[in-house]
Design a protein around this ligand. Structure first.
Ligand code: DMJ
Length: 619
């Protein structure tokens, strides 16, 4: 026996039950047959697959109707005629601005009435003022819009287009290097698998970006993303534990926003599909959901680090807008019941100093560690109380009262003033004030300003002032850095104000909260300083975060040549760029009277006053 016979596999045929080695000739013939067989099978599969390509299917189905339906399902943008660069008081208009103005209205007029399920007339919202929830005169509202159009900066259009180009740069690179994955590493130009959704290929960037692409009029990009959602998005084979909160705000919120804007039912159905995957997390003795759910098995748990197995206030408190809306558009009350139960349970608990601790045990129903914050772990719980009231068009007075109560304690305990007069939001740990404000808390400027404008409560004036003061402080934190980008957290001591002290607080990961507040304050006051501050942020992102492969976070905002973190966050598209774009657009683009932004900046329609609410109608 030679060495080669020992090492090489032996091919046998069986003769009368005994193995017989192949002759050379027999082996060659059978190999040829095998190759031919594989080749024929592959050809048949490839040819067959052609019939499943949407374009092929449409063309060869012989019905133009099919093609029309596909385009129509892709959203109203695709149906809009190109617009000339008309001028508004010397400002060159972005052709996309047609989105929610005349061209869209005109297009909708043409809509076949039985296509109403797909596209309905948007309520442009100009007949209302935020000052009066029951509405003011049309004339006043139109004058209000005119004022915003008369903004004297003839660079306005250029600024808006700069933001649009940022979106395109980041998106194009994601398409090129990480399509279908969750996020992109823009420096190394490959998939980022360390995102909140890990390495599962569930297109977080696509879903988070879709409504921003729509709003910016990036139609081809939107259509590509929409088709990926329709044809490729699935959680069925995902075996990992995912965050209920993140999945809700990014996926369900993103889908619902696209459904409201376009009427494309694929988005409603995907939102339902995702929400159903999250429902097992609510099966706890208290009904307070766990933070994590395994998509395959439904088994749920909390983060090991979260105060003795607690659920997190900002997580279980940031489901309400999406779940209530989901029930309204599907007629299935289960989603509303889940979040109303959370609300009732939390409302029945005693609160130390009237404050909500960040941790709540879903089994015992008791508060965990006494850490209170409007930054990480607490933030959007408060945001959703206010926004549930707005979303319900003023019906949800329980939410309003809970917000007012909570804010009274926040103003008594957490709102602080620095030596030089800066107002900031501190954290509290076991009665001890920590004079640190998270970047995440910077959303509160916009939240308080919105509360001042909408709630009509005794605290309204105070809310309005506080909103402006907090926004100012966040701007100071940006302005004090070398890069003009804000740090992750900043402190107030005898020696420093609004400055990050620890190395671990100096990074900027493209977060939206500060520009979110600029946006809300711009819309409510029309004070040009908010547009100026937004432009400073745009320039800083361009200078320090833009790389050839997209946009990256940086590790130290106080260094001009900082190291980069090599992550293009999906919320940069969902939130940061959307808010920046809207700041440089006129108020009729997603008017605050008719839309309420979820915590990931996905606009959801306001009940009754927004005709794009698309309430379920069993007839
Ligand atoms: C976003 O995912 C959401 O805004 C969330 O509520 C908290 N922060 C991130 C972005 O910073």
């Amino acid at each position: 026996m030679t060495n080669s016979t020992l090492l090489l596999p032996q091919y046998h045929k069986y003769l009368n039950g005994a193995p017989v080695p192949f002759s050379r000739r027999t082996r060659r013939n059978s190999e040829l047959c095998l190759v031919a067989l594989v080749f024929i099978s592959l050809s048949v599969i490839c040819f067959g697959a052609l019939f499943y390509l949407p374009e092929f299917k449409a063309t060869y189905s012989g019905t133009l109707n099919n093609v029309y339906k596909q385009i129509q399902n892709a959203g109203p943008e695709l149906l809009l005629p190109a617009r000339s660069n008309a001028r508004h008081d010397g400002v060159l208009e972005d052709p996309h601005a047609a989105w929610d103005k005349e061209a869209l209205s005109a297009k909708i007029e043409e809509e076949d009435s039985d296509k109403k399920k797909v596209l309905e007339r948007p309520d442009l919202g100009i007949a209302f003022s935020l000052n009066n929830i029951t509405g003011t005169s049309l004339k006043t509202a139109i004058e209000h819009v005119e004022t915003s159009l008369n903004y004297g900066d003839n660079m306005l259009n250029e600024k808006r287009n700069t933001v649009k180009a940022m979106m395109k740069h980041g998106w194009d690179n994601y398409v090129k290097y990480a399509w279908g994955k969750n996020e992109l590493k823009p420096v190394s130009k490959r998939e980022h698998s360390g995102s909140v959704f890990g390495s599962a290929s569930i297109g977080a960037t696509i879903v988070d970006s879709l409504d921003t692409l729509l709003i910016m009029g990036l139609n081809d990009e939107y259509k590509r993303g929409r088709d990926w959602v329709a044809n490729n998005f699935t959680l069925d084979n995902v075996r990992v534990d995912i965050s209920v909160f993140e999945t809700n705000i990014r996926y369900i919120g993103g889908f619902l926003s696209c459904y409201a804007m376009t009427g494309d039912t694929i988005f409603r159905d995907k939102a339902v599909y995702v929400a159903n995957k999250l429902l097992p997390a609510f099966q706890t003795p208290t009904g307070i959901p766990y933070s994590l759910v395994n998509l395959k098995t439904g088994s749920s748990k909390n983060y090991f680090w979260a105060s003795g197995g607690s659920s997190i206030l900002s997580e279980f408190g940031t489901l309400h807008l999406e779940f209530v809306y989901l029930s309204d558009i599907t007629g299935n009350d289960i989603y509303r019941q889940k979040v109303e139960h959370i609300r009732d349970f939390v409302r029945g608990l005693d609160r130390p100093n009237g404050l909500y601790p960040n941790f709540l045990n879903p089994v015992s129903g008791k508060w965990g560690q006494r850490h209170v914050s409007l930054g990480g772990l607490g933030d959007s719980f408060y945001e959703y109380l206010l926004k549930a009231y707005i979303q319900s068009n003023g019906e949800d007075t329980i939410a309003r009262d809970m917000f007012d109560d909570a804010m009274a304690s926040v103003m008594d305990n957490l709102v602080q003033t620095s030596a030089s007069g800066l107002t900031y939001l501190a954290d509290m740990r076991f009665e001890r004030i920590e004079h640190k404000m998270d970047h995440l808390s910077c959303f509160a400027g916009g939240m308080f300003a919105l509360a001042g404008e909408t709630l009509g409560s005794d605290s309204s004036k105070h809310y309005t002032e506080l909103g402006a003061q907090l926004t100012e402080t966040c701007h100071v934190a940006y302005d004090k850095t070398a890069t003009k980008l804000g740090p992750e957290a900043f402190r107030f001591t005898e020696n420093y104000e609004a400055v990050a002290v620890r190395g671990t607080e100096k990074y900027n990961i493209l977060r939206p909260e500060t520009v979110e507040s600029y946006f809300v304050l711009w819309r409510l006051t029309h004070n040009n300083k908010y547009r100026d501050w937004a432009w400073e942020a745009v320039q800083a992102f361009e200078k320090h975060c833009k790389v050839s492969g997209g946009y990256t976070g940086i590790k130290d905002v106080y260094q001009l040549d900082s190291l980069k973190d090599d992550v293009q966050q999906s919320y940069f598209f969902a939130e940061t760029l959307k808010y920046l774009y809207l700041i440089f657009s006129d108020d009729t683009l997603i008017p605050l009277e008719n839309w309420v932004f979820n915590s990931e900046a996905h606009p959801l329609p306001v009940k009754v006053r927004n005709k794009m609410y698309r309430h379920y109608n069993k007839d």
